[in-house]
Write a protein that binds this ligand. Structure first.
Ligand SMILES: [Zn+2]
Length: 396
């Protein structure tokens, strides 16, 4: 199958004007100039790698607006209470809506922290590539046995694999961190944890540094100080930046340019509608740029190209999938997003990266392909909304 468009942006190399991507089965076979033999040609469009949303909670897809404007402490207490009161069916309904929203955003890979674990089912059904980290909290009885049981019960397919997520240092003790990360390493599973998200967090990397490593992703890092950044770079601990969530919860702006300058593997994530409105990675890329430039007072604080790299290759590398996805590279999985910019203020164009990052939106995604399968085509996939789960939560 050959897809052609005005531009192909492979991310790991120069953009190709009037380019094409040839797909064989589940794999990218070739990228280059478009010939006459394209199966489908998209005019006014750019072909990009499928986006990598490096931090999601799909099962909070219908939680938009709850607790808006509350301080972080009371907000997260309210949120944990609400999610604990949500039944498995309602979590699954939300996770299905979240998976559909991701495909509609051009996302082909998610790294999701799942309280209930049902995100693995929703991602499998939708055909998303996913790491589903099972969340763990220290106040759960029999935490070790319970976590082992959850890992054993977790569905694992070629596209969906389980991981473990000690939630955060204020809900997981240091001993439990050590136990959970040890358990993950025994099983060869990846780890993700929320870290240094709000001003009330006092546990820095040097207190966790011998636990965390290249297989443990640290999410948020708003309060990472120069010593944390140095430790992350030195131990190759990857991170995920969630600028809209951090801003809307009043937590602050993470030092993303500093983390990148130090060489830390960084990805970009939307978090969930519970804190960040939606799963729109185009809005997230623009937020990353705007926040970095505003904070530093410099227009070159973060480039559109870097934002796109974070949302593709960077996220893939951060969650350990860099060899599989994140760029349009022959041999990698055929994870592709076609973005249609007709009618936008970016045509005609000479810089498809700037156009895609500033002009991109869920409504402009024409096609999303995961592992060689078309999983979303604009106009032909209705979006589930999880309205019934939401209706119950309003009174929870
Ligand atoms: Zn989160």
């Amino acid at each position: 199958m050959i897809l052609a468009a005005d531009w192909v942006v492979p991310v790991d190399g120069p953009a190709i004007r009037d380019g094409a991507v040839r797909i064989e089965g589940r794999t990218i076979a070739e990228i280059g100039p478009a010939g006459r033999e394209a199966d489908e040609r998209f005019d006014g469009a750019v072909i990009l790698p499928g986006l990598v949303n490096a931090h999601t909670h799909l099962e909070y897809a219908a939680m938009g607006g709850f607790g808006d404007g509350m301080a972080f402490g009371p907000w997260i207490e309210d949120h944990i209470r609400r999610k604990a009161a949500t039944g498995a069916d309602d979590s699954l309904e939300q996770a299905r809506a979240g998976a559909a929203a991701c495909l509609r955003a051009g996302v082909t890979t998610i790294a999701d922290c799942s309280y209930s674990g049902v995100v693995a089912d929703a991602a499998s059904e939708a055909g998303l590539r996913a790491i589903v980290y099972l969340e763990a909290f220290s106040d759960w009885p029999e935490l070790k046995a319970r976590t082992e049981d959850r890992i054993d019960a977790a569905p694992a397919t070629e596209l969906v694999q389980p991981g473990i997520s000690p939630h955060a240092p204020f809900t997981v003790t240091l001993d439990d961190y050590r136990m959970l990360v040890g358990l993950a390493r025994e099983r060869g599973l990846p780890v993700a944890t929320h870290l240094l998200e709000s001003a009330r967090e006092t546990v820095h990397l040097d207190e966790l540094g011998d636990i965390l490593g290249p297989d443990t992703v640290a999410i948020h890092l708003v309060y990472a100080d120069p010593r944390d950044i140095e430790l992350m770079a030195g131990r190759d601990i990857p991170g995920v930046h969630c600028p809209r969530s951090n801003a809307l919860l009043g937590c602050g702006i993470a030092p993303l340019p500093e983390l990148l300058a130090a060489g830390v593997r960084m990805g970009l994530g939307t978090d969930s509608p519970s804190s960040a409105i939606d799963f729109d990675m185009w809005s997230e890329m623009r937020a990353a740029i705007m926040h970095a430039r505003a904070r530093l007072g410099r227009a070159d604080g973060l480039s559109a190209r870097t934002a796109l790299e974070l949302a593709t290759a960077g996220g893939a590398a951060a969650v350990g999938l860099g060899a599989v996805t994140g760029t349009l590279t022959p041999g990698k999985a055929a994870d592709v997003c076609v973005l249609d910019l007709t009618g936008s203020s970016f045509l005609p164009w000479d810089d498809p990266v700037t156009a895609a990052v500033y002009g991109g939106s869920c409504d402009r995604v024409a096609l999303t392909m995961v592992d060689g399968e078309i999983r979303y085509r604009r106009g032909s996939h209705p979006s589930p909304t999880a309205a019934s789960a939401r209706a119950k939560m309003i009174h929870a």
